[in-house]
Structures are given as C-alpha cells and as structure tokens.
Design a binder for this molecule. Structure first.
Ligand code: NAD
Length: 597
C-alpha cells in the first residue's frame, strides 16, 4: 500500500492510492512520514521544522482525533500515541486491547432488549470507531447481519426519523438541482469508488419511505466492507430525496425529509441525470449501485445508464444472480438441469423479472433458444397468472405472457403449470400457503421453494412452514434469516437467499479492475461461482448457499470471477496482475488498528 525509501537522509513514504487506500489512511501515513522527518536532528529548530509542524496539524490530534471515526481507537491508543497526539488525559488511563474493546461492545450489545436498540447501538459505534465496528461485524456476521441489514434495517427505516441521531450519508434533494457536484464535493472523503444510491420509493418490501430510506445505502455499504473488504472510506451512501407519497411521513413532525409529494417526470429525470454526470466529474469511474428505487424508475434508469457508466441495479440484477445461484444449488440437491425446470415466480417486479431474464440467459447457455427458455418461466402477479389474454400487462411482463388459460391465484397457477420451483418476490407475506406448499410437494419429490421477500414480516412463508408442509422435502431458501427447523428428526439449516452473497464480491471485482461497465455476464459468473462455494456438508444440512461465516472467502471467489469477465471483455482499466486472486485479496480491508507513531 505504501513504499518507504530514503533520500539524502530523508524518509520518503509514497502512497499507492489503490483500492485499500483512503484519504484518512493517507493522512495518517503522511503523519508518520512527517513525524519521522521531524525526528531527524538535521531539521531541528530549522524553518523546515516549523513548516513540517504546521503540516502536522492536518492530522487530527486530541479531541478531533477521538471524534474522527476512521482514525479513532478509543481506549486502545498506546502510551506513545497518547503523548504524541495530544490525547493524554482525554482517555481513561487503562490501555485496552482491541479484543477487550470487542468484548465490551458485544456484552453491551447482547443485553439490549430489542433489535432496533441493537441497531442504534451499532450505528453509534460506527460513528465513533469504524475499525472496531467492522471488526465486530466481520467476526460476528451471522449474529450482526440481521441487525445492520434485513430484517432490522427495515424497522430502522420505518423509524428513521424518530431514532435519528446524527447525519450519515449524503442527502441530495429536489432543491439541489444545479449544485449536485458541490454537494458531492462536501463529502469528507475524496477517493470514492462505490456509491449506493436510493430515492427511497420502494424500501425492501415496505414501500415509499422517502428520505428514511437512507438506512439502506448505509447498511449495504457496511456489508461491502464487512463481506468483501471494501475500504469504508471509499464508499458513499446517497439518498436522493424527491419527496414521498407516504402520508404518515408527511404528517410526522419529526420526518427528516422533504415534505412534498414525489417529483416525477422530466424534473425527476433531470435530477438523476445531473447526479450521474456529477459523479463522473467528482468521483470518475465510481461504481453506482441503484438500490430500492420504485419499479417504474428502476428498469428505465438501468436501461438508460448501464451502457453509459459503471452501474448496476441490485434489486434487479443482484437479486437475479442470488436467485439463480439458489436454483442451481437447489438442483444439486433435487437433481435435474436448469433447462428442464419449470419455474413459477410470484411477483413480476424488479426481483422477479430480473431473475427471469437471468434465468433465461442461463438456460440459453445450456442450449435452449430464447423462446424455449422463456416458455419455462411463468409469472403470477397481483392479478393472477400472466397470460397473453390479459390486457393490463406492461413491456416487462409481456415478455413472459404465454398462451395459456388464465389462473386467478397462485394455487390455481401451481395446479395448472406444475412447476418444479416457486420463487416468492411479491413483497407480500403468507402467499405460499399450506395448500400451495402441499401442492408443490405432490408435484415434486423435492420441490424448490425460494421465499425471497424481505423483511421477515413480508416473507411468503417461513422456513418452518416450508419444511413442515412438504414433510421435510422442500429445498428452501429465504430472503431474511430463519432459525434451523427439525422435521421428522432431521434438522434443516435454511440458507439466506440474499443479495449479500453477490453484490459485495461483484463490487470488489469491478473495483479491483476499475471496470468501466457491469455487463450481465458478471452476474451469471457470480451466480455460478457462488454455487461452487457450497460444500457437500452444506447441502447435507439443506443449505443451498454457503454459511455467512465464509462470506469473505465467497466474495473473493465472486470478485475473481467478475474480474476475469472484465479482462475478457476489455472493460478493465487496470493491467491484469499475474495472480488475480492474490491481488484482489491484497486489496481487502482488514479492520485492525495501525500504529500512528
Ligand atoms: P416490485 O414492487 O418491483 O415487485 C413486486 C411484485 O409483486 C409486483 O409485480 C406486484 O404486482 C407483485 N405483487 C404484489 N402483490 C401481489 C400478490 N398479492 N400476489 C402476487 N403478486 C403480487 O418489488 P421487487 O423489487 O421485485 O421486490 C419484491 C420483494 O422482493 C421485496 O419484498 C424485496 O424485499 C424482495 N427482494 C429480496 C431480495 C433478496 O435478496 N432476497 C432482493 C431484492 C428484493
């Protein structure tokens, strides 16, 4: 990350501003450099020393250092650091190791009464000491991911205005037209490589939460760091607040966002366009991840920008890769090839259509024509089975409208289509009813049931329902986590079919190669690579995805496969290293304290 050399008695540290670097890191490396120069007697009492001392002031000391969450180590600052950095007396005298601090964090966290309290607690830690926050997250990912992400992040977004303590992320509003570049320049860190942006219109399955949707980009970026080692200072959470249609928020005196109806049409498009252009100016080449936009904007914006800039939509493409990986992996348990399956989607929105499209591509790779592949993917939306005779269908749904008798609900559709797999992406709870699951179990020896809607309160069925109502024969995964279930003496560990298995690794691969675009092939290889990470032991327990405890290893494998695509397609803008995996691994941020003196 940096090189040390000596020139005429002077220590020179040069920074390689690669992925793992941040402005904060550069600042403290600069500090080490200047301090070591100061120590050289040659400069003592010279003008040079004064110059250096004044530059040293750039590195925060005293209270400012304790308030810098990227640099703060709290009670872990050493004696030497306390003297050199003006911390003496500002901290309690005992010097604690990071392990001590971690123990304190976990003890305090675990005695909190609710998950929302835990979310608030962890949020506070993130704002105080990022290194400790990421260490806690990384080492306890199975316990803490449901707190920093789904399902608790859903509760946090619903309560965002009420629990608001300090600003996080960048708020760009409809009133900022003409000055978005200035807002981006206001951000603390200048070396931004990933932006997760939402306009808050469709937060998880919870609908329009306006500016309260900020919890989502913050949570996703935390997962980028924990799961794939993307340096926290290189990620920027953004909420584009164009208003909300949510009456409850509009009437809440504590609501943090713009109290107006949503901007639509040309004004909305111009604001988004200005944002995209401003990002290219201020953070050229940064990967822009669209997150939780309303259906009508999500597809449109993806189509518009995916061939212009480095961008993807996680709800459409990330979900598609995760769901496809679940399907491939489930077939290793249930038997059969993807091209021979009939798949019935409940929900024809971003997640459903995105997965349908990627599944069609995957089936075409197995030898089917596009038409044959589409014929194997069926959709049920709120009005029933999507068939040609319906007159209410839009462009995306029309592509999957087949010549078939109408069916007014899911149970009727299951009876008529006899699918091998059902995928729930409706955002509506309880729609995989007992009758539906029993019907699936009658049709298939091993029915594949993916209940992907988030948060837990919106899941189409619980793990217990899926296993019990199919007599333990379902191959199951869910969007939000569920505890193990025992049926007929066998214990099943349901996998969490969540995008977290794809987007962090995909982002790492894109960043490592500084790829200029994010083509579909990246999602396809990401899905296939993910399946390879599932072991026989995992499958034995009914898991279709690897445990979250192996997420860094999994993300590294996904990143390497994605980077290969970037090189193959000529999208990479950095030279190919000899050992791609080792190179990417070397870029991954490890939350450890560094010595500042
Ligand atoms: P969306 O609004 O774009 O689509 C929802 C679809 O469900 C629409 O087609 C709608 O017509 C349909 N629908 C609504 N009510 C229905 C009903 N009663 N019966 C049948 N269909 C119905 O939303 P989306 O982005 O596709 O997300 C849908 C759900 O998937 C959300 O709950 C979201 O949290 C979840 N999701 C999960 C993951 C994951 O990683 N597991 C990723 C993305 C989205």
């Amino acid at each position: 990350m940096y090189r040390v050399a000596y020139e005429n008695d002077k220590m020179i540290i040069s920074f390689n501003k690669d992925l793992a670097e941040s402005d904060a890191l550069a600042k403290f490396l600069g500090h080490i450099n200047l301090q070591s120069i100061l120590k050289k007697s040659k400069y003592a009492d010279s003008k040079e020393k004064m110059k250096i001392q004044s530059r040293l002031r750039d590195f925060p000391t005293g209270m400012a250092l304790l308030r810098d969450s990227g640099l703060n180590k709290g009670a872990a600052f050493t004696d030497e650091e306390r003297d050199a950095l003006g911390l003496r007396g500002l901290l309690p005298p005992h010097i604690h190791s990071m392990d001590d601090q971690l123990l304190r964090v976990l003890t305090n966290l675990r005695r909190l009464p609710s998950d929302l309290d835990k979310y608030i607690f962890l949020n506070g830690l993130q704002a105080r000491n990022k290194t400790l926050y990421y260490r806690a997250l990384l080492e306890n990912i199975e316990e803490l991911m449901p707190i920093v992400y789904t399902p608790t992040v859903g509760k946090a977004c619903l309560e965002y205005s009420n629990i608001f303590r300090r600003p996080q992320g960048l708020f760009i509003t409809a009133n900022d037209k003409g000055r978005i570049a200035d807002l981006l320049m206001n951000w603390t860190y200048k070396d931004i490589r990933i932006i997760v942006v939402t306009d808050g219109e469709r937060i998880l399955g919870l609908g329009d939460l306006g500016a309260s949707g900020m919890g989502i980009p913050i949570g996703k970026l935390a997962l980028y760091t924990a799961c794939a080692g993307i340096h926290p200072a290189t990620g920027l959470p953004v909420t584009i607040d164009v208003g909300t249609e949510n009456e409850e928020l509009l009437n809440n005196p504590l609501y943090i966002g713009l109290k107006q109806r949503r901007l639509r049409g040309q004004d909305y498009d111009e604001l988004i366009e200005e944002f995209i252009v401003a990002v290219q100016q201020i953070f050229p080449g940064a990967l822009i991840q669209f997150e939780d936009f309303g259906n009508h904007n999500a597809f449109r914006l993806l189509r518009k920008y995916r061939h212009q800039v480095c961008t993807f939509n996680d709800d459409i493409q990330g979900t598609a890769a995760t769901s496809l990986a679940c399907l491939y992996s489930a077939l290793r348990i249930a038997g059969g090839e993807l091209k021979d399956q009939k798949i019935l989607f409940l929900g024809a929105g971003e997640a459903g259509i995105g997965t349908g499209d990627l599944t069609v591509s995957a089936m075409m790779n197995e030898g089917l024509s596009e038409q044959e592949a589409r014929q194997r993917c069926w959709f049920v939306d709120s009005k029933g089975l999507i068939v040609k005779s319906r007159t209410d269908l839009n462009g995306n749904k029309l592509r999957y409208a087949h010549d078939h008798e109408p069916a007014s609900n899911l149970l009727a559709a299951v009876g008529a289509i006899k699918p091998n797999a059902i995928i729930g992406v409706s955002g509506k709870p309880g729609l995989f009813t007992r009758s539906v699951l029993e019907a699936m179990a009658r049709i298939n020896e091993r029915p594949i049931v993916l209940s992907l809607s988030n948060p837990t309160s919106n899941t189409e069925c619980t793990a217990e329902e899926a296993y019990t109502w199919t007599e333990g024969r379902a191959v199951f995964a869910s969007g939000s986590p569920f505890k193990p279930v025992t049926v007929k003496g066998k214990t099943f560990i349901p996998a969490q079919g969540n995008n977290v298995y794809i987007f962090p690794g995909l982002g790492l691969g894109v960043l490592a190669t500084r790829a200029s675009r994010v083509p579909d092939e990246m999602f396809l290889v990401a899905a296939k690579t993910l399946v390879e990470m599932v072991s026989d032991a995992d499958r034995e327990q009914g898991r279709v995805l690897p445990p979250l405890t192996r997420i860094r290893e999994t993300s590294l494998a996904v990143a390497t496969a994605v980077a290969e695509v970037a090189y193959e397609q000529g999208l990479a803008t950095t030279p190919r290293p000899d050992d791609l995996t080792e190179y990417i691994k070397s870029l991954m941020y490890v939350p450890e304290y560094r010595s500042y003196v």
